[in-house]
Ligand binder design. Structure first.
Ligand code: SF4
Length: 458
């Protein structure tokens, strides 16, 4: 399908071909699903909501529930207040959520709907039942990406719901970033190993990785409870994972409730996970248990066993900025050479972070934010790589380049199933991904080497 991609790069400023990102409301919807008893609400046309739900369902292989203001021509001309009021009345009377998390779409943003005013008006008119909450995030998709939408929804959840009572608890807040439920589950497991009490926001484990019970639950048992979000203002501190997805929420909590925060990269790979463990240890004032040290040692052992196969291999990586930063560092740790590194989200700080990580092993790497997959493909044509890493959309590039070994990570992965149950973060996540990378490299070698070099034992 991409056989026509030309190696010559022309300057493009107002055109994206195969964007390496998707639209803001998808991130806002995903963040809202990590609040217990929450109904994400799309203030716009039905088509946007249907697309956002199906995109999430295709990645998580779970039903994703959300409501919509169902704009038609009338709302587009006269504004969406009437639709919002009807929607909130119906949602609370039919679906009875604890929280409705409203996000906007391009249409409601372009006509300039004032969502805080609409929420206040509905509260003043008694349309929001006692003890229930309506929160919102502005998510215009003509700027930013799904990561921006996620970040804004988490930030605004804190803005609306968190509070400081004056009594500091022994809890540490963890903002996990735009990661899968398996990653959130893994961060909770590591925290429990250290014996640290945490509140994670959002938390989509036990929401989008539900066991098969034969019983449908509109509001699964997972998700951060409203009472827990309120109490985040009394926590000792916050650990925010990922500059792009979590920093703004951590800053908001510090501003509103005076909770200090540490900003770290997503805990991917050896150093990334070390930083998470060390930050949590110092924040909570606890020692690191032997079980964590042993787990780390097993990853180290795996790296030393595998590094002979990884050494010097060139890699192209694309995806969400926080993920790509973590994965690039992991690849450097195992001796690979990140040669092309891009993200679809705008951000010069991404380029600075990657340049620092690859400075010793790949000083001339092509690093670009706000780029697209077409550009990635063009660069690969002139700078040959041994491996491609990214989301589902990379498969066309891998196929066009003679079935280049391709390892999927991040969001979305729509053409595979099991990924959502295995973490990328933590020592265990790194072990799982190293195994996947090596399998891809060996499979290609097994397919292509001459028969006299076809080995049973590597
Ligand atoms: S109109 Fe905007 S919000 Fe709706 S699907 Fe398209 S980009 Fe996303």
């Amino acid at each position: 399908m991409l056989d026509g991609t030309k190696a010559t790069v022309c300057e493009r400023s107002a055109l994206r071909i195969n964007p390496a990102k998707t639209c803001q409301p998808i991130g806002a919807m995903y963040a809202a699903l990590g609040i217990h008893g929450c109904m994400p609400h799309s203030h716009g046309s039905q088509g946007c909501c249907a697309y956002h739900r199906s995109h999430l369902t295709r990645h998580f292989k779970e039903p994703v529930v959300a409501t919509t203001s169902s704009f038609t021509e009338g709302a587009s001309v006269f504004g969406g207040l009437s639709n919002m009021t009807t929607a909130l009345t119906n949602i609370f009377s039919i679906y009875d959520p604890e929280v409705v998390a409203v996000h906007t779409t391009c249409l409601s943003e372009v006509i300039g709907d004032d969502i805080p005013m609409m929420i206040k008006k509905n509260i003043a008119e008694g349309k929001i039942p006692e003890g229930k909450h309506v929160i919102h995030a502005n998510t215009p998709s003509f700027v930013g990406s799904h990561v921006t939408g996620f970040s804004t929804m988490v930030k605004n959840t804190i803005k609306y719901l968190s509070d400081k009572t004056g009594e500091t608890t022994d809890t540490v807040n963890i903002l996990p970033g735009y990661v899968d439920p398996s990653d959130m589950r893994e961060l909770k497991r590591l925290s429990a190993e250290l014996g640290v009490k945490i509140t994670m926001l959002p938390d989509t484990s036990d929401v989008l990785d539900q066991p098969q019970t034969g019983v449908y639950e509109m509001y699964p048992k997972g998700g951060t409870k409203v009472s827990e979000i309120q109490a985040m203002g009394d926590a000792i501190a916050t650990i925010a994972c990922g500059d792009f997805a979590s920093k703004e929420a951590a800053e908001e909590l510090e501003k509103k409730c005076n909770v200090p925060f540490s900003l770290i990269d997503l805990p991917i790979g050896l150093k990334g996970t070390d930083t998470f463990i060390d930050t949590l240890r110092r924040t909570a004032g606890v020692p690191v248990p032997a079980s964590i040290t042993l787990e780390r040692g097993r990853l180290l052992d795996l790296i030393s066993d595998m590094s002979q196969y990884f050494h010097g291999k060139k890699v192209a990586i694309f995806g969400d900025p926080d993920h790509v930063v973590g994965v690039t560092r992991l690849l450097v740790e195992i001796g690979m050479i990140p040669t092309v590194v891009i993200t679809g989200t705008l951000g010069k700080r991404f380029e600075r972070q990657i340049a620092e990580i690859v400075s010793k092993v790949s000083p001339d790497a092509h690093i670009e934010s706000n780029a697209d997959i077409y550009k990635l493909h063009q660069i690969i044509k002139t700078r040959k790589v041994d491996l491609l890493m990214g989301n589902t959309y990379g498969k066309h590039v891998a196929r066009a380049e003679g079935n280049l070994p391709f390892v999927r990570f991040g969001f979305p992965i729509m053409d595979r199933t099991g990924h959502r149950l295995f973490p990328l973060v933590g020592y265990r996540g790194a072990m799982y991904y190293l195994d996947k990378i090596l399998d891809q490299l060996f499979d290609k070698a097994d397919r292509e080497v001459p028969e006299e070099l076809f080995e049973l034992i590597q």
